[in-house]
Design a protein around this ligand. Structure first.
Ligand SMILES: NC(=O)c1ccc[n+]([C@@H]2O[C@H](COP(=O)([O-])OP(=O)(O)OC[C@H]3O[C@@H](n4cnc5c(N)ncnc54)[C@H](OP(=O)(O)O)[C@@H]3O)[C@@H](O)[C@H]2O)c1
Length: 323
């Protein structure tokens, strides 16, 4: 099904996961419309394809006409839009995680799109945060409007452009200690961004059917090969940055107070809602479909982290060479 005549629309294609999806689709010859609020912000993706193959496309999410234009002529649609914190009346979880996916799914159904893949979030059916609840409601809204959609729920995603390891590695450059929210016992199953993009592609193909057909109406939980506590995640990061920092346990209630003060930052490092999310383990549930069902062997942290965390080593990337 995927060939040089296939057209795909990727909503949120400028983001961390979306850009990887755009690159993977382009490498398979697909013409990609990158639906974005600011087309100029998508120009950096153009060199990942042939001339004219990757097209940033202005999109207004509150306009059904604009969404119809964004998916018009597309065989495949992927929704990678999401936010970590709310701001003002327009940037709310309800709007971005529920209303927008519903409108996208509706536009896809009306335009006769073949496949819709929606990126949700692992443990959205368990965590009690507003973020998680909105992601779960968004899944229901997608299925209600496009029952054949495929939903992917990744755990925390890592890769050279991630916010997770890069943020903690940056903090460890300047701070003598790093926080262990709630004692750092929460379990995570970090997943490589390239594997998430491969899962999107596999969802667009039928598993084991090269002619195409796709995976439809299913939810896949995407976790990497390792389940680690937050404390163990830090330990792994320290190995690859060559820096060791004191780990300070912060009780849940104190973390919420700290987050309250951080809310005035343009991009808060932590929000009270994220503290709430962290109270629930972020690991794949027993009995749920996942990478194996999509024919993908996910990569380990140790196979990817050295490639982008060595810049945080004392002395930088060339420190080892100089030595
Ligand atoms: N990163 C992770 O660790 C992780 C883990 C689990 C689940 N997820 C989910 O995966 C999806 C992608 O995450 P990501 O890390 O790639 O996010 P990201 O880097 O922040 O990118 C999200 C994209 O969404 C668009 N966007 C942001 N705010 C918007 C708004 N108010 N209205 C419309 N569009 C908006 C932006 O595109 P434009 O500015 O171009 O419009 C942005 O490029 C999200 O649904 C997220 O919840 C991510």
């Amino acid at each position: 099904m995927i060939n040089n005549y296939t057209v795909a629309t990727v909503f949120g294609g400028t983001g961390f996961i979306g850009r990887q999806v755009v690159r993977e689709l382009a490498s398979r010859g697909v013409i990609v419309k990158v639906a974005t609020r600011v087309p100029e912000g998508g120009y950096f993706l153009k060199p990942s394809g042939r001339v004219g193959q990757i097209v940033p496309f202005a999109c207004r999410y509150d306009s059904p006409e604009s969404l119809a234009q964004a998916v018009k002529g597309s065989d495949l649609v992927v929704n990678c839009v999401g936010i970590l914190f709310e701001r003002g009346k327009r940037r709310t979880f309800r709007r971005v995680h529920v209303d927008q996916p519903a409108a996208i799914a509706r536009a896809c159904a009306e335009a006769g799109v073949l496949r819709l893949v929606h990126i949700s979030s692992l443990s959205c059916d368990k965590a009690q945060s507003a973020y998680a609840k909105s992601k779960l409601e968004g899944e229901k809204a997608v299925f209600a409007n496009f029952p054949r959609a495929t939903i992917l729920r990744p755990s925390v995603v890592f890769g050279s452009e991630d916010r997770f390891f890069n943020m903690f590695a940056k903090l460890s450059r300047y701070l003598p200690f790093l926080p262990l929210i709630g004692g750092g016992h929460t379990k995570l199953q970090p997943v490589y961004v390239g594997d998430v993009a491969d899962a999107v592609i596999a969802s667009l193909y039928a598993v084991g059917d090269e002619a195409g057909g796709g995976v439809e109406g299913e939810v896949f939980e995407l976790g990497g090969p390792e389940v680690l506590s937050f404390r163990e995640v830090y330990a792994k990061m320290f190995v690859h940055t060559g820096r060791k920092r004191l780990l300070v346990s912060i009780p849940w209630s104190l973390a919420k107070v700290q987050a309250w003060f951080m809310r005035i930052m343009p991009e808060p490092l932590l929000t009270a809602d994220q503290v709430e999310t962290l109270k629930t383990d972020n690991v794949v549930s027993k009995g749920m479909k996942g990478f194996a069902d999509l024919g993908i062997l996910p990569r380990s942290l140790d196979s990817v982290l050295p490639g982008y965390l060595e810049v945080y080593r004392p002395g930088g990337r060339l420190a080892k060479v100089k030595a």
